[in-house]
Design a protein. Structure first.
Lengths: 481, 252
């Protein structure tokens, strides 16, 4: 082992810092999946009949489906009867003020740096925090309500805004969509709902923070964002989980609808527990995220920084239905140790003069496997469609893998589709150049990697970008050779 | 300031430097000349601590410290600067970010407070003038898309900013047109002081018309075969290296 390799392995070997578990009284239901379990979830959440039926319909359909095998991933057999599908902090039923929230719970979110307390809200981020299956507290609700913005847990939305939920839920990701989306529709427990009325620019970043706490639980949340004509919202999502030896399943759905001239920015910093150095434990992150640019001139932009999870299977996508609508996907995916990621996007051009941009930056270290998989589909009617895709891979060390799977389906001859791909390694000469200027190898790697990912990091809101930079450094600590 | 004693260096098992002896005092400028493949750049790499350099015997002392015991970054922090022959590009990393990280790493090593963004930018502006560097060069990524001349100017700019005690300039003149050569030389001369020392590695005498060395050494086949004052450089310019080669080979 050369010195550099040693430093690399030290750095990549650094510990996950969100691995604590909160000792909290939790209401869980027994392990296993059945129609009865689904009814229990639905009853606990006091859901209307239509939703219970949708869940059951999904469950029945799911039983006819097979787990997808096309991804470049080795996924161990998952025993769906061994998972707890509902876990909620006991006292969570209803809070009218912060004083009623379990202090342990607040402490957890404080440790995670979530500004849940009133004074910290001045920082200006409205937060919906989801612990296991339940939305713990949605901050800033009143301020937002003044503008007619609805930002609440999914469960509350089902109770208070059933018409909106019924209208849009499943309109972008139908319950039959794919194995994990169908499972989610059957068992989803909570999530966030956000509605921006016509002509309103949401004055602050909205954010959801997801946390898996209880052992053996799966997390199946749903997020639904609807932006009416001329509305704008920027939405942030963060996630962490305790360190556990067993794998945990996270199968979420995010649906976005953007009407005429509306714009939605969705940013994720995904830091689920990635498993230990030997690949033991970690979260399976099988997520369906899709946005529909329904109205003309609408825009949906996905930005993701993926550093966590043992296995990631995730393709935030845009359906560009409105004329002149725009879809964007900016991604940094980092894998280290034994992590696997198969991630990318789908851009479906339906409307005229629709445009999409895909910038993907993969970084692989350790013995990890990192794949970009992206589909650009231009339908017959999408005259003047334009796509630009750029997929770069950066390798640290020689035991990791980087793969690119671009798919292009173009049915309109006026479309212009560009794809560029590069693969590079961090050069020893680059590191030495930094060393010679007094910068140690660890900081050199962090500098080089952040430079490499800059195009994407620049798309993140300020406070998130700083967090993401730190995360990149931590995730890659000790990983060049 | 620098003592090199009977230094032998191999790369991939092949001996490149075969017993170098060199002593550089504070305030001096030494030029190391020699034909291609004589080991000039290897000497620079050995001083900076490139990891492919194998030191088989001999010693290098800098300010009384054994250099082989210091990591490359610690050598830099101790005040050794290498102006690279081929400066690498680091895409996406701005010069500002790079140099600020650099200067603060060095300051930290010396138990100094990190420099504030404001002070740093002021310092950058100041030093840019020394090498007549275009202001937008510093806003670009490290060496990315720089022309050959810009890269070399950028090395001198970094040297001006970091104020090393011992600067080693490896073929800084290669690929420079006459204007760039003048600017680079002017920069080096401005930075010359009784407190620091410079080693200039060059193939041509051209640069030494602008930067007057105190001592000129000729490196050939891994050994310093001749040392003299600036007139030695002149002699080499007129007669080439052949007469030295013949002299050495005849004695071998």
């Amino acid at each position: 082992m050369t010195d550099q390799e040693k430093i690399l392995s030290d750095v990549t070997g650094s510990d996950y810092k969100f691995g604590f578990q909160t000792v909290i009284d939790t209401d869980t239901i027994p392990k296993g999946l059945s129609e009865e379990v689904i009814r229990i979830i639905s009853t606990k959440k006091e859901e209307p009949e239509w939703l219970t039926e949708l869940r059951l319909k999904s469950y029945r359909h799911w039983q006819t489906m097979k787990m997808p095998k096309w991804a470049h991933l080795r996924i161990p057999e998952i025993n769906y009867q061994d998972i707890i599908y509902y876990a909620a902090p006991r006292r969570s039923a209803k809070y009218t003020s912060m004083d009623e929230v379990d202090p342990e719970l607040l402490d957890t979110f404080n440790k995670l740096g979530i500004p849940l307390e009133e004074q910290k809200q001045l920082a200006g981020v409205a937060v919906d925090a989801v612990m296991d299956s339940i939305s713990v507290k949605t901050t800033f609700q009143e301020t937002l309500a003044d503008k007619g913005i609805i930002f609440c847990s999914f469960s509350e939305a089902v109770k208070n805004h059933p018409d909106l939920v019924k209208k849009y839920m499943g309109s972008v990701v139908p319950y039959t969509d794919n194995y994990f989306a169908t499972l989610n529709t059957a068992v989803f427990s909570d999530g966030s709902f956000c509605y921006i009325p016509k002509g309103v620019r949401c004055p602050m970043e909205l954010s959801t923070y997801f946390r898996i706490n209880t052992a053996n639980t799966g997390q199946f949340e749903r997020t639904l964002i609807v932006a009416e004509d001329d509305a704008y919202v920027s939405y942030l999502e963060g996630c962490t989980a305790p360190m556990r030896d067993e794998n945990q399943l996270h199968a979420a759905i995010v649906e976005i609808v953007a009407m005429e001239n509306a714009e939605v920015k969705y940013s994720t910093v995904q830091n689920w527990y990635p498993g230990d150095k030997n690949g033991k434990g970690g979260v399976y992150n099988f997520v369906t995220k899709r946005g529909m640019c329904k109205g003309d001139n609408s825009k949906i932009s996905w930005t993701q920084v993926e550093t966590g999870s043992a296995i990631t299977w995730k393709y935030p996508s845009c359906i560009l239905r409105g004329n002149n609508s725009i879809g964007e996907f900016y991604s940094v995916a980092v894998t280290n140790n034994y992590q696997q990621a198969d991630t990318g996007t789908k851009m479906t051009h339906i409307g005229k003069n629709t445009r999409s941009t895909v910038i993907s930056k993969g970084i692989s270290a350790g013995r990890s496997e990192n794949s970009y998989r992206g589909l650009v589909k231009v339908l017959k009617g999408a005259t003047g469609a334009r796509n630009y895709s750029q997929c770069d891979s950066l390798l640290l060390g020689d035991k990791c893998g980087a793969h690119t799977f671009p798919y292009l389906e173009v049915d309109n001859s006026s479309a212009i589709v560009e794809h560029e791909a590069t693969t590079s390694k961090i050069g020893e000469d680059q590191i030495f150049y930094c060393n010679q200027r007094g910068i140690d190898t660890e900081n050199a790697i962090s500098l080089i990697v952040n430079g490499y990912a800059k195009e994407v990091l620049n798309k993140l809101p300020m406070e998130f970008a700083v967090e993401a930079q730190k995360l990149l450094a931590i995730t890659l600590e000790g990983s060049v050779g | 300031m620098l003592q090199i004693k009977d230094l032998r260096v191999s790369i991939d098992g092949k001996e490149i430097l075969k017993g170098i002896n060199l002593s550089v005092k504070t305030g001096e400028v030494h030029a190391i000349m020699g034909p291609n493949g004589s080991g000039k750049s290897t000497l620079a790499s050995a001083l900076a601590g490139q990891d492919y350099i194998q030191i088989t015997s001999g010693k290098m002392f800098y300010e009384g410290k054994d250099l082989t015991e210091l990591s490359p970054e610690d050598r830099a922090r101790e005040g050794i600067f290498l102006g690279f022959q081929y400066p690498v590009e680091i895409p996406g990393v701005s010069m500002v970010n790079f140099l600020r990280t650099s200067i603060n790493s060095i300051r930290k090593y010396r138990n100094q407070e990190p420099m504030s963004a404001g002070d740093f930018l002021k310092l950058m502006r100041e030093k840019k003038n020394i090498v007549e560097i275009d202001s937008d060069l510093t806003n670009r990524s490290v060496n990315e898309g720089f022309s050959g001349g810009e890269k070399k100017k950028n090395e001198i700019f970094q040297m001006a900013l970091l104020e090393p005690r011992l600067a080693i300039l490896d073929e800084t003149d290669s690929g420079l047109d006459i204007d760039a050569l003048r600017i680079v030389s002017k920069g080096v001369n401005k930075l010359r002081s009784p407190e620091n020392a410079t080693i200039i590695i060059t193939h041509y005498q051209r640069l030494l018309e602008y930067i007057i060395p105190d001592v000129v050494h000729v490196l050939y086949k891994g050994r310093i075969v001749k040392s003299g004052d600036k007139s030695l450089a002149k002699e080499l310019e007129e007669h080439g290296y052949d007469w030295i080669k013949q002299e050495v080979d005849a004695n071998a």
